[in-house]
Design a protein around this ligand. Structure first.
Ligand SMILES: *Cc1c(COP(=O)(O)O)cnc(C)c1O
Length: 427
C-alpha cells in the first residue's frame, strides 16, 4: 500500500474521483490555523484585512471572515464578494490605481471604511461623486514613499510607479490639499511596498518607516490619523532556498512599534493587509497525468491542467526557473528517482508547470499535486487560453469537502460570445 495525500482524512483519490481534475483543493483548517497563528502573534491593535486579490473565492473569503479577517478589495466584484461573504462595509477598504466611477460610487453608497486614493486626480473625482451624493468621502492616501523596501519579490514603491502618490508631492501640497476638496475627509495613510517578503527584519523596518511617514504626513497635511494601513507583503517559502517567516521573530519586532504608536494615537485603526500569507499554503493544484512520453532522452508527463490554471508555477518573477513543491499524490512514500517535466494541455512550449521535477516513475492516470498553491492560482492565470476555462475549486471544512466553484463547461465558456455569420454564407 502506498501513502496517498489527504486533506483532513479525505484521500486524494476519492476527492479527485468525486470532483474531477484539474482541481484546486483548499484545506480550510490550514487557512484558519494560519490566520489564528498570525492573530495570536500580532499586537491586538493591528487588524488583519484579507486581500481578496490573492484568492477571490467567496467561501475562502467567508472562512477568513469567520475567523475575524476584514477585507481589502480592488474591484466592484471583489467588493460585492466581500459583502456577500458577510464582511461589514466598515471593515472594507477599497484600493487600486485605476478605480472606475462605478467602483468609487459603490464605495460611497455602501459607506466602506476607506477609499484608498492613488492619485491627486482621483481625489478630484471622489470629491465630485461625494458632492453629488451629499456625503463626505473617507479617504486614505496611498503613498509612494521616498524609501524602498529590501527583500521583496516584486517592488511596488520607492521608485517611479503607477501606485499611490509620491511622498514628496503630498508633502509639497501641505494643508492646501484637504481645502481643495471639501467633500473629502482625509483620514488615513496606506503604504504597500511589495510582495513575497521573507525577511522578518524587512517587514519590521517597513512598518517602522510607514508609521513614521503616516505621522509626518498627517501633520504636514493637517488631518487626523484615523487609519494607518502598513501594507504587508508577507511571503511564504516556495523554493528550496527559501524559508518561511518566523512569526515569533516578526511579532517581537513589530509589536513594540505598534504599542508605541497606539500610545501616541489610541484612536487610530491600524491595518495589515495580507493575501498570499493567509491562503497560499492551504491550496493544492491537482492534475491527472494523461500521457507519458520521452523526447530526446527526457521524461514528460502531460497532464490535464497547466499554466492556464497555474501561471505562477512558471516561476514568479524569477530569472532562473525554480519549481514549486510538487508530488505524485498517490505515492508520497516512493522515492523520487527520475527527473520529469510536468506539462499541461496547451499548445505552447511554455506550458510547463515543473521542469525536471524529481518523481517516481510516472504513469498515465495518476495524480500530480502542486503544493502551496492557494494564492494567485487560477485568478492570476490565463484561464481562457485554448478555451479551457476555470477549474473546479473544493474547500474542505470540518472533514467535509465542498465544491465552492464549478469548473466552466462549454456552455458557460461560450455564453458571452455572439455568432454573426457573413450574409449569404452558411445554411
Ligand atoms: C497584491 C496586494 C496585496 C496583497 O499582497 P500579498 O503579497 O498577497 O499579501 C495587498 N495590498 C496591495 C496594495 C496589493 O496590491
Amino acid at each position: 500500500m502506498s501513502v496517498a495525500f489527504e486533506v483532513q482524512g479525505l484521500p486524494i483519490t476519492e476527492l479527485a474521483e468525486e470532483f474531477g481534475t484539474p482541481l484546486y483543493l483548499y484545506d480550510g483548517e490550514e487557512i484558519t490555523t494560519r490566520f489564528r497563528g498570525l492573530r495570536a502573534a500580532l499586537h491586538p491593535a493591528l487588524e488583519v484585512f484579507y486581500s481578496l486579490k490573492a484568492n477571490p473565492n467567496i467561501s475562502v473569503c467567508a472562512l477568513l471572515h469567520s475567523c475575524g479577517a476584514r477585507a481589502e478589495v480592488s474591484s466592484l466584484t471583489e467588493l460585492v464578494t466581500a459583502e456577500r461573504a458577510g464582511v461589514r462595509p466598515e471593515d472594507i477598504i477599497f484600493l487600486g490605481p485605476g478605480k472606475s466611477r462605478a467602483e468609487l460610487a459603490a464605495c460611497l453608497d455602501r459607506s466602506v471604511h476607506a477609499i484608498v486614493c492613488e492619485s491627486v486626480e482621483e481625489l478630484g473625482l471622489i470629491d465630485e461623486l461625494a458632492a453629488g451624493r451629499g456625503v463626505t468621502a473617507p479617504v486614505a492616501l496611498r503613498v509612494n514613499p521616498s524609501f524602498q523596501v529590501k527583500g521583496s519579490g516584486l517592488t511596488m514603491g520607492g521608485k517611479p510607479r503607477q501606485f499611490g502618490t509620491d511622498e514628496e508631492l503630498l508633502l509639497a501640497e501641505g494643508r492646501g490639499l484637504a481645502a481643495r476638496y471639501p467633500h473629502l475627509r482625509l483620514m488615513g495613510v496606506q503604504v504597500y511596498l511589495g510582495t513575497r517578503i521573507l525577511s522578518e527584519e524587512s517587514v519590521v523596518e517597513n512598518t517602522r518607516r510607514i508609521l513614521d511617514l503616516a505621522e509626518r504626513l498627517a501633520a504636514a497635511l493637517d488631518f487626523p490619523l484615523e487609519t494607518v494601513d502598513v501594507g504587508g507583503g508577507l511571503g511564504i517559502a516556495y523554493f528550496d532556498n527559501e524559508k518561511d517567516l518566523d512569526l515569533g521573530v516578526l511579532a517581537a519586532g513589530i509589536n513594540p512599534l505598534i504599542e508605541d504608536f497606539v500610545g501616541r494615537h489610541p484612536d487610530t485603526r491600524l491595518i495589515m493587509e495580507l493575501g498570499r500569507f493567509l491562503v497560499a499554503a492551504a491550496g493544492t493544484y491537482v492534475t491527472r497525468v494523461r500521457y507519458t512520453k520521452t523526447s530526446m532522452g527526457e521524461n514528460f508527463a502531460v497532464t490535464d491542467g497547466g499554466t492556464n490554471h497555474h501561471m505562477a508555477a512558471v516561476g514568479i518573477g524569477s530569472y532562473v526557473k525554480r519549481n514549486f513543491p510538487m508530488a505524485a499524490l498517490e505515492r508520497l512514500d516512493e522515492p523520487a528517482t527520475e527527473p520529469w517535466h510536468i506539462t499541461g494541455p496547451l499548445c505552447t512550449p511554455n506550458d510547463v508547470i515543473g521542469k525536471k521535477v524529481p518523481m517516481p516513475p510516472l504513469r498515465a492516470g495518476e495524480l500530480i499535486g502542486v503544493q502551496r498553491s492557494g494564492a494567485y492560482g487560477p485568478t492570476a492565470s490565463p484561464v481562457h487560453f485554448l478555451s479551457h476555462g476555470y477549474p473546479a475549486e473544493v474547500l474542505v471544512l470540518d472533514g467535509r469537502a465542498h465544491l465552492v466553484r464549478e469548473r466552466d463547461d462549454v456552455d458557460v465558456l461560450l455564453a458571452g460570445q455572439r455568432l454573426y455569420r457573413p450574409v449569404g454564407q452558411g445554411d
